[in-house]
Write a protein that binds this ligand. Structure first.
Ligand code: DAH
Length: 371
């Protein structure tokens, strides 16, 4: 006989207990007999339907029908019962009754758990943090700027005049649909972190010591040593009486802190529009120690020269200060030095990786090795 809700005449605790027990047993029994979607739905409706479901009937018959003095006790009982029935109905599932599926629900705490591998810092980011850390110890702070930049910050204010051939050295990715704007407002993907020099000098008055880590983009087809997206760290120090000697001393110290105290540094003249004079900094090859050889073989990373180029640098060109003169950067009163390095290239050399693409493919077998 299917369960029907009995009318109650006796509202004593014992009678309520008995009636509730029978109801729960009936519900559990029916839950065990559910074998299909249709049966599950019918079961749920029978017990829970707002209109004439069993719970609704109980409410009507046991609660509303209770004499005044028994109402409170009956209310508590019926609420407990409702909670229990709701639980049973909600956890009911197809084949709910057979013991196999009950066993499947049980957790076997003797089984090994699900392993969640701990992530590791990406080698490029790790190298970036190391470099930034060296300069932070020297009192530098960290500045950042946008990756989508205007022509003004990326070129013009860095002393690359419109149409100047120096712009061709940085194969630029331009944002489409900018032709109607004046040239200095046109958007592009920044080709270097140098625009943040200007952005920071606009906001902060001298003296200034900052490093600027970030991603940059160039229209270079990907190969073992090129990637259209890569990372740079820029540095800028401005104060009264900053000299090329400060630049050499600072960078020599930084290279020793990064690559070991036996590393030697070497500056060669170069050209950048935003520094004058400009230089490239070389360090003794940390693979071959400067000999150009690895045993009997030629050393590849330094192309047998014993020297590796690590960055571009120079004294801030007075023309650059002119763009931020109003914020205290009068070129007759302040001087400064700047430098910029490619982090990915340094990470390649540091870890002896021979293909920059490996840094960006997200292959866990590669990345795991840096954990
Ligand atoms: N921005 C230059 C580049 O991407 C690198 C550079 C050279 C930055 C000299 C500097 C600097 O700050 O002084 O090629």
């Amino acid at each position: 006989m299917p369960y029907t809700v009995p009318k109650l005449t006796d509202y004593s605790a014992a009678a309520l207990e008995k009636a509730a027990g029978e109801c729960i047993a009936a519900c559990a029994g029916e839950a065990a007999e559910v074998h299909s979607d249709a049966e599950l739905k019918a079961f749920r409706d029978r017990w829970m339907a707002r209109k004439n479901g069993i719970l609704t009937q109980i409410n009507d018959l046991w609660l509303k029908g209770a004499p005044k003095e028994a109402k409170r006790e009956a209310g508590i009982r019926v609420n407990e019962l409702k909670a229990r029935i709701t639980e049973l109905v909600e956890s009911a599932h197809i084949g709910g009754g057979n013991s196999d599926s009950l066993a499947a629900d049980r957790v076997d705490i003797t089984l090994p758990g699900v392993k969640r591998p701990i992530g590791a810092e990406h080698p490029v980011i790790k190298t970036m943090h190391e470099i930034v850390g060296v300069f932070q110890k020297l009192g530098y702070s960290v500045a950042e700027g946008p990756v989508v930049e205007t022509d003004y910050y990326n070129f013009e204010a860095l002393n690359f005049p419109p149409n100047h051939p120096a712009r061709d050295t940085q194969d630029t990715l331009f944002i489409a649909g900018q032709q109607s704007k004046p040239q200095r407002e046109r958007l592009l993907l920044r080709t270097h972190t140098s625009p943040v020099q200007i952005r920071t000098m606009e906001k902060m008055r001298p003296p200034l010591r900052i490093v600027i880590p970030g991603t940059v983009h160039r229209n270079d087809p990907p190969d073992a040593s090129h990637s259209p997206m890569f990372h740079q760290i820029e540095g800028l120090a401005v104060d009264t009486n900053i000299t090329f000697g400060d630049l050499k001393g600072t960078l020599d110290h930084a290279m020793k802190a990064l690559f070991g105290s036996s590393v030697k540094t070497h500056f060669r003249p170069s050209f950048f529009p935003f520094t004058e004079p400009s230089a490239e900094l070389y360090v003794t090859c940390f693979i071959c120690g400067g000999s150009g050889k690895r045993g009997a073989d030629p050393c590849r990373p330094c192309k047998q020269t014993g020297w590796i180029e690590v960055l571009g640098c120079g004294m801030v060109d007075p023309n650059v200060f002119e763009f931020v003169k109003d914020n205290g950067y009068d070129p007759r009163k302040v001087s400064g030095f700047a430098f910029g390095m490619g982090v990915d290239r340094l990470a390649l050399l540091k870890y002896g990786v021979d293909d920059i693409q490996l840094f960006f493919q997200g292959d866990v077998r590669f990345l795991q090795q840096f954990g």
